[in-house]
Every structure is written in structure tokens, then in C-alpha cells.
Design a protein around this ligand. Structure first.
Ligand SMILES: *Cc1c(COP(=O)(O)O)cnc(C)c1O
Length: 940
């Protein structure tokens, strides 16, 4: 039986490997190692109460049964979620391709040129369609993008007024997310019918929807001008498909555009994941939140891509960051960008035209049958007025397998999309009791609203329209990149473990992919059961009482958890508590999230061993005792250590009336051995895209569930469509966040069971200690806990070597590319160091290959130190070496070409060649270009 266990597929080292690793670390069993490593005060000695592990086959069968209890209906609900045809070439070669989905965030640009180009296409698509200057490489969804637009407007506007005006014809879930985000920041959201109501005398920003939730397309120019006259910024939440036909917001002076790219080939997935977008006019680019891809140049002066302006982000700016967004929606942004590449401007115009034609025919048919249809310009959505009969019509349509939107007792909303057919229209007409019309219907847009400008003029959007061309373009780009399908990605804090194929497969099943987030509950029983099971299992694993999967990244889970703490204090009449203690070693999102939750950040120092300094903690608690809201700590710490002081830290904060937030990003070191909800914490977020196998996707999607003890449960995220009914905030636009990828962690937990999960944790900790043991003599391991052991990752200190030889952490990271590796995490949490997290999925051969490479690099550093190689011209300084460089007719360097290209036993046949040489990031920041450069830029 044991050979059929999924855990044996997921966990890399076999029994014999494990023995050798234990020997190197000096323990006789994993249990003995874990007993020594984990402080007894937090140790949990039970067995996780989870179903016995299922085989891959059986887990899929169970998921099939759950999927079968969802009903795939024709969705004409609209509200920002639409049917779309994912081109099969994109589905199979992006969404289902490990070359794309197992990639990491492109912090190492030399090995990420493929996905960076794909994201640049996405940014170019957004700027072209919106008519604005700069777009980022995705937001988490439309609701959060709109909320980020609000805070951007607040930062950029000189107006002191806290009033933010939101048009009533905005998507209701967007209004809910904006309202939830505004409250802790003291922003006063006024929802007004901007066509009729008078604007307030003073306000800092105005949010409009284009087309509106009702479908209405209005000329916003007078409103934009009115807002600008009082110094307010204007955001338009725009439908990108509509913008192929409609005058784009950038052409009427709009400052910010926000929205979703879901209908560009990304299935609805019961709410997500999809790429949101955010674009700004020129002058605001340095305030834009999130990741931005820019063009720079490499060591040869050739154009090359990298992430731009990272100094704006939370990992540098912390509480002064533009936002807390970290993991975004890269994989989905790649899909949406490729949809535009595949269809091109003419194809998109055709899809939009056909969609609008369907809506026009629908409206004409309703009118011909005597149904009143709101008399406004529209794109894809019409609102029918049927006094007192709306519920009856919606039910009649559901009988015909078509979902419509029940606006209120008198009105029905109907949205057409790329997938709408004449048959669907007939079903809708029948539901209204009308006969409909045949053939095309003339329906012109008002002249002022027609788009006249060109878009997607770059050759990339005009060159890959045959499937052969598209297939080869996708293959070409993914070949540029290093992802988990090539080798180990030893990234500290990010847990790049196996994303099993069995876990991934259900994501593209129609019963999970094609469900609208606001579909009637009767159609989503399978989804809701799966989510309830998953939330229950996560509660069991973490020791908490309640879990919500709504947050669609770790950062959003942080915000949700801190808002729960805030609401809890408020509920006890202690709303004045607003200080959040954060250790200096914390991940940047922690501080940024605290600010978004309306808290003041007070930093607690770390001692020389990297632990939270308990003396400084006492001082800070004393100083802020009455105002203390919470402490946010990561466990095991971001230094990769099981801190022994954690229990007393929790007690001290609780004694002062504060709550304890444990950042659960490092849960891979705890599962089965310790439960944050039992060792003193009140709330955590988890990163399902780290510990629980959702692939990183090149920087998203993610899921960041928030888990709480019972006293915080009333404040967990609520349904955005009902958020105003109680105290629960809307953290994401959809109730279950990125539901479409929840089959992944479900399958992981179901197939690993208690025994597999516990074993995985033990092997992950063993692997980290093995790497530390092998490398300690070559690079100092910075921090350790009990008995000199690390947790699931270790920090290699390069600073002494840098001081003595000039070789930097960058040089080592880039040289690892020549050896066929992705670099570890660089300079987090300590500048000048590398953090290595091997995970349980890498086998001993791969761990040894990595250690051997690091040891060989150490010998290379010594040659620089001894003067054998000159400081400025050696394999480290010149890394990474491209094929073009080592095959050039001239070789002016003082070491052989083979040392540059194939160091230390590199596999010559399977060699990974980076497409560019080392990239100059600072150049690109000074000369900011964030859309596709002309092809001539690549001639070197
Ligand atoms: C990854 C990480 C986060 C942020 O999670 P995202 O999903 O990227 O938003 C927060 N804290 C720590 C310690 C992390 O490693």
C-alpha cells in the first residue's frame, strides 16, 4: 500500500536519503530532530483530526462528486463577471503549464524575461485600452483595485476633505470593498447618484463605473471637469472589452482607471482568481501600488525587463508604502495579456461588437414584446423594467438554465458576453414571455462616446494570431524562464514546494471554472461544501476556531485579521487601542497592513540572535500599554528560527490588553507539530500559495485565509453583497475570494492526511538543517535556535565575505544561475544575506547539487579574495553568462569560457541559458518605460 501513498510522491527524500541527512545533522530520527528543534512550550503532541489520506485517484473522484453538485448555467448576471472562451492554446500552455504556473515572482529578472515580457504585454494592453500612461502588473480583483485607487487619490489630492464620492451605479461588491477599506482610514464614502444628486462642496476623489452596473454608458466628461475644479481625482472602473468600442477614460482627463481583466479569457471560477488592473495618468506612476514591469538594459546594453520602482513597495517602505499588496495575479494577467495578443485589436473589436450586437437584439426583442428597457446607451448589459414581476422572470429564466440579475422587485439585469448565443436570447425572451426578434438590430452609440483612437498597435498584438504562432510564442517565452519544472527554487519565506498535477487538474473542470460568484445558492452546493471542508481542515491544522478563505493573498488576510482585532476592541469599548507592535525583522506587508487597518506601527527591536528583544518588548508595551491593539509576529520567525520566547511574548501582550497576530507564512514549519491557535495567538493568516501547494504563478494567484479564535469569529470577512448588514468587512469582491483554486489545497490536505502532513513538516525542517550543516563551514549560518538548529529555512551570511573580497550577495545569486539554480531569497530579512528554504519536496540529489554549487561558489569567491581573479572581471562579477557571451568570437576575460558557462559539473546537455546578461535596475528606474518597447530596442 505504502507505494500508493501520495505523500511519497510529494516528499522528495526517500528513507535512505532521510537516514543520510539525519546523519549529517546528527540525529537518529526526524522525531528526535523535531523534539530538539521545537520549543516544548508550543509543541502540540496530538494527531491531526483529518480524514485518512486518499490516493490521487480517490481524491479526484471525491472532487468529481463535489463538482457534480455545482450547476453550470448560462450566466447573464454580469456585475463584472462574464462568460468567456479561454483559447485552448492559452488554457493548455499557460494555465495548465508548469513552466508558467510554477514560476516565482520575477525578482531575479535574468531568469524571468519570459513572464516579464508577458506582463509588459498586459500592462501595454491596459494602458492602450484605458488611454492612460502607466499600468501595473495586476491587482487582486476589481473591488480591491478600486479601493487602492481611492487611497491613491487620497495621497495624490491636495484636498483636505475626507469625502470620497462613489457613483451609485457602481458594482455593489466594489462599493462594499471601498467602504470597508475607507472606514479605518477615516475616509467618508458618499454613495450618490451622480447624474442627479449635487456633488459635495469638497471631496478628494470621485469613483465612476463605465459602463455602470445597470449597463448605462454615460458621458463622464462634465463630472471629470467638475471634480478637477475642486482638486479631486477621478477614478473610472472601466470594462476593458467595452473600451475597444467606447471612448477611453484617459481621453477625458480621468486620473485613474481600475477594473478586472476576467473576461479576457479567464474563467469566472466562482469569484476568482482573476487579474485586476490599475492604471494612472502621467505624474502618478510613482504612487502606483503593486508591481510594475519596466524596461531597462543588461550588461551589454541590450534591452531587458525587470520589476521597476520597487522602492515604492512595502518590502522597502514598510508603513510608508503605497499599499500592502505583495502577491498579485500574475498567472491570470499573463492569460489576459495573451488573450489580447491572440485576438489582436481587430479580434477584440469583433468580440466586443458581437457582444454588443447580442445586447442590442435582446433589448429590441424585449421592447417588441412590450417590455420596458431602460432608455440609455449600453454596451453589453440592459436593464428591463417589469413592475412587481422581476423575481418571477428571474426564476423563469433559471428554469431554462439561464441566470439573470435580480436588481430589485421591478428590475432585471441581463448581460451578454462572448459566449452568448441566439439560443440564450430566446431563453431570456421566453422567460419574459415575449417572442423576440430575428436578425441583427441597428443600434448606434452616441457619437461622443465612440472610440476613435487606435490601440494595441505594437507588433506583438499583430503577430501571433494563428495557433502555431501563438504556441511558439508561449514556448519561446517560457523557455526564457527558470521555474520549478527546471529545478529547485530555494526561496526562504516563500515555500516553493511541489504543486502536484492532481491538485491542479480540477481547476479547469467546467463545474469549478464556469460558476458566477453570485450564482443562486442551489447551483453551488458542491463548491460551498468543498470550501466548508477546507476551512474546517485549516482550522484543525492551525488550532483556531474559525477560518475565512475570502482574502485573496496573504496581505489581504493580514488586513482582515487586523480589522477583526480592531472591531473586537471597538466592541468592548476600547476603540482607542490603535498601536500595533511589529518586530524589525517582519515582512514588509505587516507594517503596511497595520496602517491600512488604521493602526500606528511601533517597531520592536531584535536581539543579536535574531529573536524579538523581550526587553525592548517590555519597554514598548509599558510605553503604549493603554493604546496597545496588537502585536504581529511571524512564527517561526522570518529568521527561520523557532523562538523560545513566543509563549511569554503572547502572555505579555495579552496582559496589556493587546491581541496576538501570528503571520502564518511560515506554517510549513509547524503543521502537525504546533498550532498557533493553541500556543497563544488570536489570529493568523495562512498563505495557501506557500504551505498548501497553490502554485506561485510568477507572483500570484494566492489565497490568504484568515483564521481566528472564537472571540474574533464575529468579525471575519462577510459576503460583499451583504456586508452592510453586519460588522463583517468585505475584504475581496467575491464572498469566497479566489474560490476557483481552492481544489488545490483541498486535494493536498485530502491526499496527505495527518501522517503525510506531519512527515512533510519534519522533512522540510530536516532538509533546512541538512543544508545548514553542509554549508555552515563555507558560509556562516546567521541564526539558530535550540541546540543550534534552524526551522524550515536558514540564512547564509555573506557580509564578511563581501567585506573581505568585494563579492556581493548579488554576484552569488547571479552566479547560481550559471550553475542551474534560481537564487535563494536575497537580502530579506537581513541585507547582504541569502535565505534558503529547501522544502520537503526536493530530493537529496537536488539538495546536494545545490550545496555543491554553493561550495564551489565559495571556492570561486576565494580566488577573487586571493587576487587570482581580478575583482571587476571574474565569473561572479560577470554572472550570469549567456550563450551569446561565451560563444562570442572574442573572449577578453581572465578565466576560460567553460568556467563561465559550465562551472562545477553543470549538466551540459540540460543547461539552462539565461537570455540576457546582468540587468541594470537603476537605469530603468531613472528612465521609466512600462509598456512594450519598439522592436529596435532589442538590437544590441
Ligand atoms: C509571503 C509573505 C507575506 C505576504 O503574503 P502575500 O500572499 O504575498 O500577500 C507576509 N508575510 C510573510 C512572512 C510572507 O512570507
Amino acid at each position: 500500500m505504502s507505494t500508493e501513498q501520495f505523500a511519497d510522491r510529494h516528499i522528495g527524500p526517500v528513507a535512505d536519503d532521510e537516514r543520510r541527512m539525519l546523519e549529517a545533522v546528527g540525529y537518529s530520527s526526524v522525531d528526535e530532530l523535531m523534539d530538539a528543534a521545537i520549543p516544548e512550550v508550543i509543541r502540540w503532541h496530538g494527531t491531526l483530526d483529518l480524514p485518512a489520506p486518499a490516493s490521487e485517484h480517490d481524491a479526484l473522484a471525491e472532487l468529481r462528486a463535489l463538482a457534480a453538485r455545482n450547476t453550470v448555467a448560462v450566466s447573464m448576471i454580469g456585475l463584472g463577471y462574464h462568460g468567456t472562451h479561454t483559447p485552448a492554446v492559452i488554457r493548455r500552455n499557460v494555465l495548465e503549464s508548469p513552466a508558467w504556473y510554477t514560476a516565482y515572482t520575477p525578482y531575479q529578472p535574468e531568469i524571468s524575461q519570459g513572464r516579464l515580457e508577458a506582463l509588459l504585454n498586459f500592462q501595454t494592453m491596459v494602458t492602450d485600452l484605458t488611454g492612460l500612461a502607466t499600468a501595473n502588473a495586476s491587482m487582486l480583483d476589481e473591488g480591491t483595485a478600486a479601493a487602492e485607487a481611492m487611497t491613491l487619490a487620497r495621497r495624490a489630492s491636495k484636498v483636505k476633505s475626507p469625502v470620497y464620492v462613489v457613483d451609485a451605479d457602481t458594482l455593489p461588491q466594489t462599493i462594499a470593498v471601498i467602504t470597508s477599506r475607507a472606514e479605518p482610514l477615516g475616509i467618508d464614502v458618499r454613495v450618490l447618484d451622480v447624474e442627479r444628486d449635487e456633488l459635495p462642496g469638497e471631496f478628494f476623489g470621485l469613483h465612476l463605473q463605465y459602463p455602470g452596473a445597470s449597463g448605462a454608458v454615460r458621458d463622464h466628461r462634465p463630472l471629470v471637469e467638475a471634480a478637477h475644479r475642486v482638486g479631486a481625482l477621478v477614478t473610472v472602473a472601466a470594462d476593458l472589452l467595452a473600451l475597444t468600442l467606447l471612448r477611453p477614460p484617459g481621453e477625458i482627463g480621468v486620473d485613474i482607471a481600475a477594473g478586472t481583466t476576467q473576461r479576457f479569457g479567464v474563467p469566472m471560477g466562482f469569484g476568482g482568481p482573476h487579474a485586476g488592473y490599475l492604471a494612472v495618468r502621467s505624474g502618478l506612476e510613482r504612487m502606483l501600488p503593486g508591481r510594475l514591469v519596466g524596461v531597462s538594459k543588461d550588461a551589454d546594453g541590450a534591452a531587458a525587463y525587470r520589476l521597476a520602482l520597487q522602492t515604492r513597495e512595502q518590502h522597502i517602505r514598510r508603513e510608508k508604502a503605497t499599499s500592502n499588496i505583495c502577491t498579485a495575479q500574475v498567472l491570470l494577467a499573463v492569460m489576459a495579456g495573451m488573450y489580447a495578443v491572440y485576438h489582436g485589436p481587430d479580434g477584440l473589436r469583433r468580440i466586443a461588437g458581437r457582444t454588443r450586437g447580442m445586447a442590442a437584439r435582446l433589448a429590441a426583442g424585449l421592447r417588441a414584446g412590450g417590455v420596458r428597457v431602460a432608455d440609455v446607451a449600453f454596451f453589453d448589459t440592459v436593464t428591463a423594467v417589469v413592475p412587481g414581476r422581476a423575481a418571477e422572470v428571474v426564476a423563469a429564466a433559471a428554469q431554462r438554465n439561464v441566470n439573470l440579475r435580480l436588481v430589485d422587485a421591478d428590475r432585471v439585469g441581463i448581460s451578454c458576453d462572448e459566449t452568448t448565443t441566439g439560443g440564450h436570447l430566446a431563453a431570456v425572451w421566453a422567460a419574459f414571455g415575449v417572442d423576440g426578434v430575428d436578425g441583427d438590430v441597428e443600434s448606434a452609440l452616441p457619437e461622443a462616446l465612440v472610440r476613435t483612437s487606435d490601440f494595441l498597435t505594437h507588433p506583438v498584438f499583430r503577430s501571433h494570431h494563428s495557433e502555431t504562432a501563438m504556441l511558439r510564442y508561449l514556448r519561446r517565452l517560457s523557455d526564457f524562464d527558470y521555474a520549478l519544472d527546471r529545478g529547485m527554487i530555494p526561496l526562504g519565506s516563500c515555500t516553493m514546494k511541489l504543486n502536484a498535477t492532481t491538485e491542479m487538474e480540477p481547476v479547469s473542470w467546467p463545474e469549478f471554472a464556469h460558476i458566477h460568484p453570485f450564482a443562486p445558492a442551489a447551483q453551488t452546493a458542491g463548491y460551498r461544501d468543498m470550501i466548508a471542508q477546507l476551512e474546517g481542515w485549516l482550522a484543525e491544522v492551525t488550532g483556531y476556531d474559525a477560518v475565512s478563505v475570502q482574502p485573496n493573498a496573504g496581505s489581504q488576510g493580514e488586513l482582515a485579521g487586523l480589522l477583526a482585532i480592531r472591531a473586537y476592541h471597538k466592541g468592548r469599548g476600547e476603540g482607542h487601542r490603535d498601536v500595533c507592535l511589529i518586530p524589525s525583522s517582519a515582512h514588509g506587508t505587516n507594517a503596511a497592513s497595520a496602517v491600512m487597518a488604521g493602526m500606528r506601527v511601533v517597531v520592536v527591536a531584535c536581539d543579536d540572535d535574531g529573536n524579538v528583544d523581550l526587553v525592548d518588548l517590555d519597554t514598548k508595551i509599558d510605553k503604549h500599554r493603554d493604546a496597545l491593539a496588537a502585536i504581529m509576529v511571524t512564527y517561526p520567525s522570518t529568521h527561520g528560527v523557532y523562538e523560545t520566547g513566543i509563549a511569554s511574548l503572547c502572555a505579555k501582550v495579552h496582559d496589556a490588553g493587546g491581541q496576538v497576530y501570528v503571520d502564518g507564512a511560515n506554517l510549513n514549519a509547524l503543521v502537525g507539530f504546533a498550532k498557533p491557535g493553541k500556543f497563544g495567538a488570536d489570529v493568523s493568516h495562512l498563505n495557501l500559495h506557500k504551505t498548501f501547494c497553490i502554485p506561485h504563478g510568477g507572483g500570484g494567484p494566492g489565497v490568504g485565509p484568515v483564521a481566528v479564535r472564537a472571540h474574533l469569529a464575529p468579525y471575519l470577512p462577510g459576503d460583499p453583497l451583504a456586508a452592510h448588514a453586519d460588522e463583517r468587512p468585505a475584504i475581496s469582491a467575491a464572498n469566497h475570494g479566489s474560490a476557483g483554486i481552492l481544489p488545490i489545497p483541498w486535494a493536498y490536505l485530502r491526499m496527505m492526511g495527518a501522517s503525510g502532513l506531519t512527515r512533510a513538516t519534519g522533512v522540510a525542517v530536516l532538509a533546512a538543517n541538512y543544508v545548514a550543516a553542509r554549508l555552515r563551514g563555507h558560509f556562516p549560518v546567521l541564526y539558530a535556535g535550540n541546540k543550534g538548529l534552524v526551522a524550515h529555512e536558514c540564512i547564509l551570511d555573506l557580509r564578511p565575505l563581501t567585506r573581505s573580497t568585494g563579492v556581493t550577495v548579488d554576484d552569488v545569486a547571479k552566479r547560481l544561475i550559471d550553475y542551474g539554480f534560481h537564487a535563494p531569497t536575497m537580502s530579506f530579512p537581513v541585507a547582504g544575506t541569502l535565505m534558503v528554504e529547501p522544502t520537503e519536496s526536493e530530493d537529496l540529489a537536488e539538495l546536494d547539487r545545490f550545496c555543491d554549487a554553493m561550495i564551489a561558489i565559495r571556492a570561486e569567491i576565494d580566488k577573487v579574495g586571493s587576487g587570482e581573479w581580478p575583482a571587476g572581471d571574474n565569473p561572479l562579477a560577470n554572472a550570469p553568462h549567456t550563450a551569446a557571451m561565451v560563444s562570442a568570437d572574442e573572449w577578453p576575460h581572465p578565466y576560460p569560457r567553460s568556467v563561465g558557462a559550465y562551472p562545477g559539473g553543470t549538466d551540459r546537455a540540460g543547461k539552462y541559458w539565461p537570455p540576457v546578461r546582468r540587468i541594470d535596475g537603476a537605469y530603468g528606474d531613472r528612465n521609466l518605460v512600462c509598456s512594450c518597447p519598439a522592436p529596435e530596442a532589442f538590437e544590441s
